[in-house]
Design a protein around this ligand. Sequence first.
Ligand SMILES: [Zn+2]
Length: 285
Amino acid sequence: MIEFRVKQDIIEVGKRMYDKGFVASNDGNISARISEDRIIITPTGVSKGYMSEYDLITVDMQGNVVYGDKKPSSEIKMHLAVYRKRPDVKAIVHAHPPAATAFAVANKNLDKITLPEVVFSLGNIAMAEYGTPSTDKIPMAVEKCIDRSDALLLANHGALTVGGDVMDAYYKMETLEHFAKISLYARLLGGERVLDEEETRELFRVRKEVYGRDNFLYADKDTGDTESTDNRGSASDQIGGDVGAGEQSPPDNKSEPMVRSTVIGHVEDAVKRLVMEEIKKSSLF
Ligand SMILES: [Zn+2]
């Protein structure tokens, strides 16, 4: 029953990706992990807009076909690498949505913290280094950054999103593409206002406390061994890249500024309460 539902979701997501122009021709691939050692994945050489359940293939964690007549996606190694690195991930969507892919092709990071909904849904967006499709280079590049992000740009290639189920991974791809378009429009208008450090911290706190999502912001910086591909030459960070542009570099969460901002926040709340009480009192008389 779970397998049937998963296959229906993969077929539905394939249609949506094709209809929205996230993929052309036979591009893109979708997979879902249905058990410890079983993955359902889309085939190579088939348009993702017109799949039936007979097109889908079941493979084991080594990529061996255990069910299905077609050949699995040529990017199967990338999917297996993600599942091995992130046991929490149950589905993966890979596509070439034009706006997000434009950022990937231009080697521009999409990591400015500007929209709360994007932070809640995606956390930070990483850029995986370029690798020739179907070789081991893409899986290796993805492995380097998938542990701290649910949405990746693949340099000179496209985008990849992961989630707890097929629809979750797909909606992240929609959010990523929407964010890429908004970022492009904002740059036409003179550039984004990037949220400041305190606003960013608050967003990631809410992401964790309210939405229960991993707080990639505070991932161990030593694991962030990827170099920025942004042509502005700044050193990449797990989040809020463009550090060289002086925009964002959230400090460690145990740092003094965090303590100070928490104290200031408490003081501000107390002052607000007093003011509100005064207002209430004055309106009574
Ligand atoms: Zn691709």
